[in-house]
Design a protein around this ligand. Sequence first.
Ligand SMILES: *[C@@H]1O[C@H](CO)[C@@H](O)[C@H](O)[C@H]1NC(C)=O
Ligand SMILES: *[C@@H]1O[C@H](CO)[C@@H](O)[C@H](O)[C@H]1NC(C)=O
Length: 335
Amino acid sequence: MKFVHVLWVLNALLIAGTPVDAFDPITTTVVVSFGAALGRTIYNYLRETCDSRWLTYNSTGLKTDLENKLFGQHLASRIILKAVSGFMSNENPKKPLVLSLHGWTGTGKNFVSQLIAENVYKEGMHSKFVHVFTSTLHFPHPSLLSSYKSQLQQWIKGNVSNCERSMFIFDEMDKMHPGLIDSIKPYLDYYEKLDGVSYRKSIFIFLSNAGGESIVETALDFWREGRAREEIDLKDLETSVSLSVFNNEKSGFFHTSLIDKNLVDFFVPFLPLEYSHVVQCAMAEMKARASEGEGPPDLDVANQVAKDLIYFPKQERVFSVKGCKTIESKLDYYT
Ligand SMILES: *[C@@H]1O[C@H](CO)[C@@H](O)[C@H](O)[C@H]1NC(C)=O
Ligand SMILES: *[C@@H]1O[C@H](CO)[C@@H](O)[C@H](O)[C@H]1NC(C)=O
């Protein structure tokens, strides 16, 4: 299926290539360099193989990335690094790695998945061994549940047969139909093989807002008591996260036995972000843009961007409602 897609893109490129003469030189350069980037992506896509040339875990890389690019998440950083490094250095894992990332919008759940992918696969998120499923996008209609189920199972099986080091990211897990979650359960379990395929070296990452509110409550309690957020320990959150994931009936987790069967190896809490973290996010984004030729990072601009966001709860205004999510477009506006 993906190959057909690639051919389709190539086709589109050829067609798009014909009237290039008609463009002015600048447009042509843009089109050509865009074409070149796309061409490189396709080229790598066709060449990428499931071996150490394309797939080597860099634990130093993940550590540095978590330290330098993820802000305000001392717990998530620690858990992720330990979990991924432990799993990747195990030659003979007994089950696939299953991480469940929880927290408020814009706190870095997607971003962390990307950092993991970049330090496992040379091609990062562009790797053909990395698969992202978004509930509302890929599985929107409850009435199609049974076809979604068989399709998803086929995809997982097909892809892991191609490469045992496959990574599956499920976004909006709290909006995923419980029946669909049930259908992937066998792949997360301790089986040596299922129908001749071993899933033990794959990585599954679930992203959800479930538990986000109780994480916020805990972070707010610490803040009100004047305690540093770095003092928040996993045990302060663990019960509240798993309890709210259990008790929230809207959450698909509630209806499934992912949790009571211990198929999830790590619950990873993401704390809500404060003003200072938003400033850090903006500075990091400006730094990245500077390396692409834009001007140097400007702390005044970063503060301006951070001031523009909305914070909650209404009275104390401690946490950014959208975390670091809208920083990029805000920066476009100020620079
Ligand atoms: C691993 O990551 C570190 C830190 O980002 C980097 O300096 C190093 O070159 C990477 N190693 C490989 C083999 O890519
Ligand atoms: C792998 O997963 C993708 C979805 O990410 C799907 O389109 C493709 O058909 C799957 N490949 C196989 C061989 O099943």
